[in-house]
Design a protein around this ligand. Structure first.
Ligand SMILES: C[C@H]1O[C@@H](n2cnc3c(O)ncnc32)[C@H](O)[C@@H]1O
Ligand SMILES: [Zn+2]
Length: 434
């Protein structure tokens, strides 16, 4: 008997860019996919999962979120971004501490695991506590500290220090499941000096950069009047952009900015539900994809979405592009699926490790149960079934880094009940503090 081996048999595999005929077996050894074949000897494996009636996919990848914001779900609805942040969210965030962010991140991890996301990219505060939650939950994450200096030099030093400390203490944690990026919040909250220093540090430490850009028309007006340039023109001029930059939102883009994004090979995280809920606008995703720009998907935080269900986010992305272009052929289910898998991996610089079902890649795998009313009839197109018919509640099994985090819809590592109770208490305290 080999320890740490899992055999998944009778699986219908749906993986970007590969067509698997018939049912397959997958052998997981430690944290890697070791073999894929119609028939694998099951005599020496330590665990067998029969995936009959289930669709097997790579674990989903959420490239922009703020996990601990689950604590603020439903506390500030029906607002514009500007009022949401200034009048509600930032005042509430002033009362946060590491314990609150830890429990908020655990609550978020439960939601991610249950809805099939195995990797998320986060920007927030008290990130060592978020890392602790990630480590314990078994999920994979790219973490960045949200740096905001509003031009204050002391604040700038402090923010950079926070992000570098996070890098030093958490990079590679959890068997390499945690990576650390730099997280300047946006061009309207991070000064030019901070952005320039972030670029220098990204080059020195080989760290990626996670930033919000061009989310609202107000941002375009404000940056244009302050800098005389649109946001991406300004970021290009100061030498900030590069293939290691992940820009969230990117709703309001001129043709020149699309050229700038392409030239610098910037990666885009599209956040349709948040953009719709805050009435920010519709990102020109199909135009970006036509220009061979890498576009992945993110939920944003649970306070502007209001959930972390990536399957729902993918469906929304597809339908929103169809209606905004009046072309039903844009963002097909196959293209949309790749945004939640291999494009997500590419966005985070992890395409050699995750994002598809291939021998040698990390065993980040989910199973979706088709024995459910909304999954019948069995479609001839698996991607159609997943993108247009399914939702996170259809996820049956979640495996990350070769470890089973949920099986038959039951969490195996985290204690859901205890987390809900602690999260409710934290939310009560935070509401009382307002
Ligand atoms: C890290 C900080 O970012 C804030 N935030 C969350 N969602 C958004 C968004 O859509 N645009 C801009 N800023 C956002 C979060 O509350 C933290 O303050
Ligand atoms: Zn955000």
């Amino acid at each position: 008997m080999n320890d740490n081996t899992i055999l998944i048999k009778n699986a219908l595999i749906l993986s970007p860019n590969t067509n698997f005929e018939n049912k397959q077996s997958i052998l997981i050894k430690d944290n890697l996919i070791a073999e894929i074949s119609p028939d694998i000897d099951e005599s020496n494996v330590s665990k067998i999962i029969d995936a009959t009636g289930k669709i097997l996919l790579p674990g989903l990848i959420n490239t922009h979120t703020h996990l601990s914001m689950t604590l603020f779900r439903g506390l500030a609805d029906d607002l514009s971004l500007d009022s949401w942040l200034n009048d509600y969210i930032w005042p509430m965030e002033a009362n946060l501490n590491g314990d609150y962010c830890y429990i908020g991140a655990l609550l978020g991890a439960v939601e991610l695991i249950k809805s099939g996301t195995t990797t998320f990219s986060d920007m927030y505060f008290y990130m060592e506590d978020v890392a602790r939650a990630v480590d314990e939950s078994g999920i994979r994450a790219v973490l960045s500290y949200g740096m905001i200096d509003f031009g204050d030099e002391d604040k700038r030093k402090n923010e950079i220090n926070e992000n570098l400390e996070l890098f030093k203490s958490c990079e590679g944690m959890g068997n390499g499941r945690i990576k650390v990026f730099l997280g300047p919040h946006s061009p309207y909250t991070a000064s030019e000096e901070l952005l320039i220093q972030v670029r220098e540090l990204a080059d020195e430490y080989d760290m990626g950069i996670h930033i919000h850009v061009s989310e609202t028309q107000k941002e375009i007006v404000d940056i244009s009047s302050e800098k005389g340039l649109r946001p991406f023109e300004y970021l290009d001029k100061i030498g900030f952009l590069g293939p290691d930059v992940v820009a969230a939102h990117c709703v309001w883009l001129s043709d020149n900015e699309i050229e700038i994004i392409k030239k610098n090979n910037v990666k885009i995280s599209h956040n349709p539900c948040s953009n719709m809920k805050l009435a920010s606008g519709i990102a020109p995703v199909s135009k970006l994809i036509e220009n061979d720009i890498c576009v992945s998907i993110g939920t944003d935080g649970a306070s502007s979405n209001n959930n972390l269900d990536l399957i729902e986010e993918l469906k929304t992305a597809s339908l929103l592009q169809k209606v905004s272009t009046l072309d039903p052929k844009v963002l097909t289910s196959d293209e949309t699926l790749s945004m939640g898998t291999i494009k997500g991996a590419e966005t985070l610089g992890l395409e050699s490790e995750i994002g598809s079902i291939e021998v040698g890649k990390k065993a980040d795998i989910i199973l979706i149960d088709t024995n459910s009313a909304n999954m019948i009839p069995d479609s001839s197109s698996l991607s159609s079934n997943i993108i247009y018919s399914a939702n996170g509640l259809n996820v049956d099994t979640t495996i990350c880094d070769g470890k089973i985090l949920m099986e038959n819809k039951k969490l195996t590592v985290l204690d859901e009940g205890e987390i809900y109770q602690k999260a409710r208490q934290a939310i009560k305290e935070l509401k009382e503090a307002i």
